[in-house]
Design a protein around this ligand. Structure first.
Ligand code: MSP
Length: 598
């Protein structure tokens, strides 16, 4: 009798990682570039660690802020959105983020020039095909901004938002009421009386008093469950200090007498989820006078962007080692760590389920698959120590910075890599960072030009001189350790720590060469010893190339070219690739990391 075979298909670990979708009220600046670049770095590193990785970005185009900006410029709001959204797409291309690639793969891992060429050739086509780039106005007529019937029936975003709203309503979470309180158009956020500081929102945005009819979401009923979720999922918000802020907000803890550490528990207020008399948004089903609150509309992009099978695979049915992560700036943490999970729970449970449950733990356990795993909050850039803002006219324009690098004779794609590297290095994840051109130059010259680039060129030169350009790579335990440590850092969003591992390898290898002095060994004809040192150094350089791929794909590509490799190398291919490189002719790749002269 034939034995019954049960074939177990092991699910591949996955990562679904998103940037916030960007408001189109102004041109992209360094803060937006930063969010995109760090998200891309984590995405690329996971891709290399053999995760089934998916990255998502886009633009947030509805709401009063956008409508008002377009009106102030006397432009039609749809035209205005088309124009600025295209600038954000261009940012994805120019910052070499994988979300701008039509098909990201091992072979086009470093193809900035190619993407730029495509963008210039057929901007609109590329833009519309951007699967990983969603616009909340998708499904409107490109010319006049009218929502098309087709988008309501089968489009990607608007259809989903309407479905999302209907489900919240059906589950009993939505009721009509009257809002009286503060509203900040700049933040598109409602604030309670006690959050107002000197007549302004906590973010410093001007506020307006509003008394208007609207629909409310019963957020107050979510308080217990949210707190239970935070308690069970200790990594729900990163970094920890930010998690504490989120928990205090939800617990409604307010200091009565801060000096004596006295605080009282408060309640979580219901959230207004529609706005009357606002035309630029998605109308509330069956109530044309109301428009869905722009944050409810925007947050759903994280799901509306996915096809149903992707949503099932990457989100709802993900394996225990798979992750859904939203990277956001600290200013928008509350929307992601409080409102978004509340909306998601309300999709799956009725108000009655939550209010009358005797088993909160069971709901918490079941909620794991419907919620993201982690909201990662990053800090803000300041400019030479000053807060960056349009009104102070001191926002940094990355194109100008990249042009500056190019004016130093540096090729376009390397300049982009330099900028990416600086973004990741200069602002430890979670902290704020200060931008100055001087520190851009110093960081690049010391880490990339003097350390990594110089190490690669001198080693290749010595290999050519003393070993007739022949080398063999050797896979060693310490290389395995480095890679494992690096992956662990990335998994914990330790971007800076991951960079430091690469620098540590480069420092150690430079030291090895200084100590072993191949030029001295050559004087006494010690060819075997020279081969030992240089093969060892080249093996380390190879690993530097592999690990640098996530940060500086173009420079990493050049380093791998030394070893006649012209596509990306995943971490699980390191050993086999190295073993295959025995008695091979080295390729001299000139000027891997040129210095920035100023
Ligand atoms: N549209 C909302 C997000 C909706 S997500 C469902 C939004 N857009 S934004 O364009 O204002 O901001 C996008 C991202 O850029 C945020 O993560 C924000 O923190 C980041 N930055 C904007 N200015 C910044 C700095 N000066 N420094 C670092 N990042 C900052 O919010």
């Amino acid at each position: 009798m034939l034995k019954k075979l049960t074939v177990k298909i092991k699910k591949m670990n996955s990562l679904y990682i998103t940037t916030p979708i960007f408001y189109v009220n102004g041109l992209p600046h360094i803060g937006h570039w930063y969010t995109s670049i760090v998200t891309d770095i984590v995405y690329r590193a996971n891709f290399l660690a053999n995760y089934k990785a998916r990255i998502q970005t886009g633009t947030d185009e509805h709401g009063q802020k956008i409508q008002k900006t377009a009106e102030d410029l006397s432009e039609s709001v749809m035209n205005f959105c088309n124009k600025i959204s295209a600038e954000f797409f261009k940012m994805s291309v120019y910052s070499n983020c994988a979300c701008s690639y039509q098909n990201f793969s091992m072979h086009n891992f470093n193809c900035l020039e190619n993407s730029i060429k495509l963008l210039n050739e057929d901007k609109i086509k590329l833009f519309n095909n951007g699967k990983n780039f969603i616009r909340t106005t998708e499904g409107r007529e490109f010319s006049n901004g009218k929502i098309t019937q087709q988008s309501i029936e089968s489009g990607r975003h608007i259809k989903y938002v309407l479905k999302f709203w209907e489900k919240l309503k059906k589950n009993g979470w939505i009721y009509k009421g009257k809002y009286s309180g503060w509203y900040a158009i700049r933040d598109e956020a409602f604030y309670s009386e006690d959050e107002i500081i000197d007549g302004k929102a906590p973010s410093g945005a001007p506020v307006e008093w509003k008394e208007e009819e609207c629909y409310f979401f019963k957020l107050s009923a979510m308080q217990k469950i949210l707190l239970a979720i935070y308690q069970n999922y200790l990594n729900f918000v990163y970094p920890n200090e930010k998690f504490t802020e989120v928990i205090s907000f939800v617990a409604g803890a307010k200091f009565v007498d801060a000096k004596n550490g006295n605080f009282k528990d408060g309640s979580l207020l219901d959230l207004c989820v529609s706005r009357p008399n606002l035309t630029w948004g998605i109308p509330v089903p069956d109530d044309e006078k109301q428009t869905i609150y722009v944050w409810l509309d925007a947050l759903t992009n994280y799901i509306s962007a996915l096809e149903e099978n992707e949503y099932n695979e990457l989100w709802l049915n993900r394996s225990a080692n798979s992750t859904v992560v939203h990277i956001v700036g600290k200013d928008i943490l509350r929307f992601h760590a409080v409102y978004w999970p509340a909306f998601l729970i309300a999709q799956h449970y009725t108000l009655n389920d939550i209010e009358n449950t005797h088993n909160i733990d069971e709901i918490v356990q079941k909620s794991k698959s419907i919620l993201p795993d982690c909201i990662v909050s990053h800090g803000w850039w300041t400019n030479n120590g000053e807060k960056m803002s349009k009104s102070l006219n001191n926002t940094v324009d990355p194109y100008i910075e990249i042009e500056f690098l190019k004016s130093s004779g540096i090729a376009n794609e390397i300049a982009t890599d330099y900028f990416r590297y600086f973004m990741a290095k200069a602002m430890p994840f979670g902290n704020d960072g200060d931008y100055s051109r001087q520190s851009l130059i110093t960081t690049i010259n010391s880490d990339l030009a003097n350390n990594i680039g110089n190490l690669a060129s001198r080693t290749v030169a010595m290999c050519t001189k003393y070993l007739d350009g022949k080398y063999s790579l050797k896979y060693a335990n310490n290389l395995q350790e480095y890679t494992t440590k690096y992956v662990n850092c990335i998994e914990k969003y330790g971007i800076l720590q991951a960079i430091n591992i690469i620098l540590e390898i480069a420092n150690n290898t430079n030291l090895l060469i200084e100590q072993q002095k191949p030029w001295e060994l050559a004087k006494s004809g010690k060819i075997t010893e020279i081969a030992n040192v240089l093969n060892n150094a080249l093996s380390q350089i190879f690993i530097i190339g592999v690990l640098l791929q996530a940060f500086c794909p173009e420079i990493a590509g050049k380093i791998l070219n030394i070893f006649t490799i012209d596509f990306a190398i995943k971490f699980n291919e390191i050993e086999a690739t190295m073993n295959a490189k025995q008695s091979i002719s080295i390729v001299n790749v000139p000027n891997i990391c040129p210095r920035v002269n100023h």
